[in-house]
Design a protein around this ligand. Structure first.
Ligand code: NAG
Ligand code: NAG
Length: 273
């Protein structure tokens, strides 16, 4: 790890043992996303009894930024104490570095947490259902989410997901969980960090974690409810419906204002579903 911390929160788990730590990758300028997440599923006043902790991870801005925005970020970090920033360039291609950094951070600072969830900033997380579901059994070497078993590298140069033969010579990807949101037992975070040393970087961060899991011989579990086999990690966009959402763990495609709007309705009414 050749990168150093610009902002760190080494004491977050010092005096407490969260049940679940949310790790959210964001760009430094995504202030509004962070503000809304703090007011919705990361809100301690609603999820306090659920014992979750949310941490935002970022690199340094791609474009030079004004002194004022640096000061604002410092202020935000001091106020909320939930920002971890490292000095790599915060670009799409560097998301894999960010993901490995998150795994390393949580394994180092919060090893006592039971579970960790990597979740993107545009996700609706039903934290109530998620915690209840995870509490039904204690698991180790466990990772779950929306599992993709038929992934293949795109060899078309114009694709956003382009992977060259040099980067990845095989024709298929091993099973991996969609990067939108996945949950793992915390013991696995340090094992993933270890295994990733042996895997050359590719820019598809979710596939990359799948490659590290393959080194460990661990397959991701399907995030489904029994006995209905409903997929609990809904990575398609889905129109908001309070009672449908009350039986899912995550739904993607929410911008900050929509998340805020939907969350208020959800918290008020989900117990009646
Ligand atoms: C710093 O954060 C505090 C608390 O959120 C806020 O009240 C204050 O206005 C901020 N200061 C600046 C310079 O933005
Ligand atoms: C990733 O971050 C490193 C360190 O800041 C930087 O040198 C590199 O250019 C970045 N890569 C991309 C593709 O942004």
């Amino acid at each position: 790890y050749t990168y150093r911390y610009v902002h760190d929160q080494p004491l977050l788990c010092k005096n407490r043992k969260p049940f679940l730590v949310f790790m959210v990758p964001v760009a430094p300028q995504e202030t509004e996303s962070r503000a809304v997440i703090r007011r919705t599923w990361a809100n301690v006043s609603v999820s306090g009894s659920l014992n979750t902790l949310t941490v935002f991870f970022m690199g340094v801005p791609e474009e030079p930024v004004s002194k004022a925005s640096t000061v604002l970020l410092e202020n935000e970090s001091r106020t909320h104490m939930d920002i971890v920033q490292m000095n790599f360039r915060d670009s799409y291609q560097n998301l894999t570095i960010k993901t490995v950094m998150m795994m390393h951070w949580v394994a180092t600072h919060c090893p006592e947490a039971s579970y960790v969830m990597k979740v993107d900033a545009d996700i609706f997380v039903n934290v109530f259902y998620l915690v209840r579901w995870l509490k039904t059994s204690s698991r180790h070497e466990f990772i779950t989410g929306s599992v993709i078993t038929d992934g293949r590298p795109r060899r078309d140069h114009n694709s956003k997901w382009y992977v060259s033969q040099e980067q990845y010579p095989e024709d298929t990807f091993p099973a991996y969980t969609s990067g939108a949101g996945y949950v793992l037992s915390t013991d696995l975070a340090s094992r993933i960090t270890w295994a990733c040393q042996f895997v050359p970087l590719i820019s598809l961060e979710d596939v990359y974690i799948g490659l590290c899991l393959r080194v460990l011989g661990i397959r991701p579990s399907y995030g489904i409810s029994l006995p209905t086999l409903r997929n609990l990690f809904e990575i398609r966009n889905l129109e908001y419906d309070r009672c449908t959402f009350s039986r899912l763990i995550l739904v993607n495609g929410f911008n900050p204002s929509r998340l805020l709007e939907v969350w208020q309705d959800f918290v008020e009414g989900q117990s009646r579903c």
